[in-house]
Ligand binder design. Structure first.
Ligand code: FES
Ligand SMILES: [Fe+2]
Length: 442
């Protein structure tokens, strides 16, 4: 495969604009991976449907009578017209708008208009039903895979699934949902979120003095530390319009006068434990489902980012989370979606957000932190076209998340079998931040 990473820490620039490389991804990567197709709020009731488009493929995901999910290719078996658009309810199934062929909510053909005018070989039983697509549910989302030979969903998304189960992902609900069109290759777009190396330069407001133990413990002032923590939480909350949820910031503000030990390590640990407990208590008292955050911490599950190859992210923070999905729209264009997820008392969940109209990357409605990330991406996409620029050079220690992701892409483009791809997926489907380059087995 041309433009593979020959060295794990060098990514040839052609990966991000070469049309043949892009075509290889279209043929060898996307048809073989589990993809988050929709959040289940979109298909809350039996017969609700939601369309998921990836490249030139369109898939209809439908809620079944027993609250499972099923999926079909979005193409009428007559002359190929898409039977569904956007999302909605298909109480009596789908009627093709062209010549009126009908399909049940289970995809079975129920009517062919003027059937007798077709010859027998065009009316073979089974041949007229919408073509099924594999579909499974996990983590409050429906997932599809276009490859009948792929292993089951869960096998492909571990250990991400186990970590996010501990966070009780399926009880999070979307508070808002934005979409942004980025003039950049999808892998460059994702890579901007696969490392923390950029934070100091790109998000200077997140570097808050007083949050970390000073070299000289005598210099430590618990009050300054608590103020710095609250300032950080507020900045994250405003910067992401969620992630650290406004409720949690208010809970932290209520703890401002906490008495902390003079020892820095002890003081920090006490603050985190107390704040975690206060968040859990507040949400449980309100009637919401929330895991014990200190237990997550003790089990090593309190990680700021869960990554699921190839295009899904969850960034949990206390009661809430941000979630991302990236889809290529062309070699140099990406659709990024952001969900803000939080917890509600049972029965008080808000209405499902409308499907978002994509904004431009510099739209003033984009929250401040992603605005900072997006501002660099068009400049990067133009920069890598420079004649003298050959490859992205990655930090072995700090940008392993990027290198591991790109090498997994290469595993798919090389057409490797699932028995080789599964160990690689297991090695990268977890927090990519501050992660070194790891052995993927190929
Ligand atoms: S294309 Fe669907 S009925 Fe003709
Ligand atoms: Fe960032």
């Amino acid at each position: 495969m041309p433009y593979a990473l020959e060295l794990a820490d060098r990514a040839p620039r052609e990966r991000y604009f070469d049309p043949d490389f892009y075509q290889a991804e279209v043929e060898l990567l996307w048809p073989r991976v589990w993809q988050m197709a929709c959040r289940l709020e979109e298909i809350a009731e039996p017969h609700d449907f939601a369309v998921y488009d990836i490249l030139d493929q369109s898939i209809v995901v439908v809620r079944t009578e027993d609250m499972g999910v099923t999926a079909f290719q979005n193409a009428c078996r007559h002359r190929g017209v898409q039977v569904a658009v956007g999302r909605g309810t298909c109480e009596s199934g789908f009627t093709c708008p062209f010549h009126g062929w009908c399909y049940g909510p289970d995809g079975k053909n129920t009517a062919v208009t003027r059937k007798r005018t077709f010859s027998e070989h065009n009316l073979q039983p089974g041949d007229l039903d919408l073509t099924p697509v594999r579909c499974e549910v996990w983590g409050g989302c429906a997932w599809i895979n276009l490859d009948d030979d792929a292993p089951p969903l869960r096998e492909c998304i571990e250990p991400f699934a186990t970590i996010m189960d501990a966070w009780e992902m399926e009880s999070l609900r979307a508070e808002w949902w934005y979409a942004i069109r980025l003039p950049v290759n999808w892998k460059l777009a994702e890579a901007a979120f696969l490392e923390q190396y950029h934070v100091i330069e790109a998000h200077p407001q997140l570097v808050i003095p007083g949050r970390f133990a000073p070299r000289d413990p005598a210099q430590f002032d618990p009050r300054t530390f608590v103020d710095a923590e609250i300032h950080y939480l507020r900045t994250m909350c405003e910067g992401m319009a969620g992630m650290v949820h406004a409720n949690d910031v208010r809970i932290a503000e209520g703890l401002r006068d906490i008495e902390l030990p003079a020892d820095p390590e002890l003081a920090m640990a006490t603050w985190h434990r107390t704040f975690n407990d206060a968040v859990v208590d507040w949400h449980r008292a309100a009637g919401a489902t929330i895991p014990d955050l200190n237990e997550l911490e003790a089990n090593g599950m309190n990680q700021p980012m869960g990554y699921c190859f190839p295009h899904y992210f969850v960034l949990p923070m206390y009661s809430s989370a941000s979630s991302y999905r990236f889809r290529p729209l062309g070699p140099e264009q990406t659709l990024m979606e952001i969900w803000s997820l939080t917890r509600y008392p049972a029965g008080q969940e808000p209405a499902t957000p409308e499907r978002p109209e994509p904004w431009d990357f510099d739209d003033p409605r984009v929250p401040p932190i992603p605005t900072q990330d997006f501002s660099n991406l068009p400049r990067q996409q133009r920069g890598i076209h420079a004649k003298g620029f050959e490859y992205l050079r990655l930090s072995e220690q700090l940008e392993g998340g990027v290198a591991n992701f790109e090498r997994t892409v290469d595993g798919f483009l090389a057409g490797r079998p699932y028995e080789q791809l599964l160990p690689a997926l297991r090695a990268i489907n977890l927090n990519p931040l501050e992660r070194p380059i790891v052995d993927l087995g190929f």
